[in-house]
Design a binder for this molecule. Structure first.
Ligand code: ATP
Ligand code: MG
Length: 383
């Protein structure tokens, strides 16, 4: 089924700015093109302006400056009900006295469609609610209620569906299941989905493109793989998973084009970082390396990596997770870094605390960030 027939095009936000009446600027001159038919995630910590952005697109909040277009149609100041946009919120208020089918047909009926039976049937099948059609909302599980909210929005055939933390009320297991569900539905209907979340795993698993938002601005935008492996700021590096940041000084450049590398001195060892992964012009930088890219071996045994290995580190903490082990390693200069190691069984056991180890990584995985940025930016408190 395609609900995407007659859809007008990409969602374009140009210089979109929101200053609330109390003077607080929640969204700062946002420029964003969300391709038609894509699954786009707006990811960021609480208070960064995600909901404000969605509410402006939906017409529920005035725009201070800038414009909103869908294809060639400008909707910046259009009334909410005149926009080809629907929203699914976290607290999906279903009508408790109506059946599921009646909840879903409510929108079309209000728009004067007398008998939307066929499209209701179609949408209920799509959202796997056919069996629930004559039940009342209180007789459904959380995940089913969430699907009703989705069905109610989809039946209006919006060009753009806005989802504001739609899975926030569900427990983790159901949340994971609904992520897969939502993704399937989006692929089936082919509409543009803009999904707001502060859960990085959710954004990464579902979206084609993720925009990482911080204090009203987009810090970086890209495919999940690109964002995770080549973050441009300490905020993005820390917000998407964990990262080690080690102080380094740029000492030279070698090669050209795609082969160009920047040489960075790290407490006496020189590391090579691909120029495309260098995100600062300054002499000082943070060398970033993800914990699962860090390789360790007891002192003197060989490491399976082509780069230089750093001697003189010691294991200070071992945390066995089952599938993997988290090692904390104290480097010779006193800094502690983290290494995640898959438990393939190759090692035949764990490396005990106190063991002297050599540390290395494949140079192509490192990145270099601006040392003026806070090394702790974007670190998410574990709950
Ligand atoms: N009506 C308002 N007046 C003034 N400030 C507001 C108003 N509504 C929201 N804000 C502020 O704007 C900022 C962005 O709010 P918004 O609701 O867009 O954040 P969010 O990214 O959706 O956060 P969350 O993940 O917690 O939902 C916050 O600091 C919030 O306090
Ligand atoms: Mg919000």
């Amino acid at each position: 089924m395609s609900l995407a027939d007659g859809v007008r095009g990409d969602l374009k936000l140009t210089g979109l700015h929101k200053r609330y009446p109390n003077g607080f600027v929640a969204v700062q001159s946002l420029d964003l093109v969300i391709p038609q038919g894509s699954f786009f995630a707006l990811l960021g910590p609480s208070g960064c302006g995600k909901t404000t952005t969605l509410r402006m697109v939906a017409g529920l909040e005035d725009v201070t400056k800038g414009s909103i277009h869908i294809g060639d149609q400008e909707i910046t100041h259009a009334k909410p009900y005149k926009r080809p946009v629907n929203t699914v919120f976290q607290n999906y208020a279903l009508f408790p006295h109506l059946t599921i089918a009646e909840n879903v047909s409510f929108g079309p009926k209000r728009r004067g469609i007398k008998d939307p039976k066929d499209s209701v049937k179609e949408i209920l099948a799509l959202t796997e609610l056919t069996e629930q059609a004559s039940k009342k909302p209180t007789q459904l599980s959380g995940g089913q209620q969430q699907r009703v909210a989705l069905a109610r929005a989809l039946i209006n055939r919006p060009d753009v569906l806005l989802l504001d933390e739609p899975l926030g009320a569900l427990d983790l297991k159901l949340r994971r299941a609904m992520q897969v569900e939502l993704k399937r539905i989006q692929e089936e209907v082919g509409l543009t989905f803009v999904h707001v979340t502060h859960d990085q795993e959710e954004a990464m698993t579902m979206a084609d493109t993720v925009a990482v938002m911080n204090e009203g601005r987009i810090e970086q935008l890209g495919a999940p793989y690109e964002l995770y492996t080549n973050p441009h700021t300490t905020f993005v590096a820390n917000f998407l998973g964990r990262t080690n940041l080690i102080k380094g000084t740029v000492v030279g450049r070698e090669g050209s084009g795609a082969d160009e590398v920047v040489k960075v001195d790290m407490y006496g060892t020189v590391a090579s970082i691909k120029a495309s992964r260098v995100h600062t012009d300054a002499k000082e930088g943070w060398i970033g390396i993800r914990p699962e890219k860090v390789l360790i071996q007891p002192e003197g045994t060989s490491i399976d990596a082509p780069g230089a290995s750093l001697p003189g580190a010691v294991v200070t903490d071992v945390s066995y997770i089952g599938v993997s082990t988290d090692y904390t390693i104290r480097m010779p200069w006193g800094q502690e870094i983290t290494c995640f190691e898959q438990n393939t069984g190759r090692r035949g056991g764990l490396i005990p605390v106190g063991t002297k180890v050599d540390v290395s990584w494949r140079p192509e995985f490192a990145f270099l960030l601006d040392s003026a940025q806070d090394a702790e930016a974007g670190i998410v408190e574990e709950d």
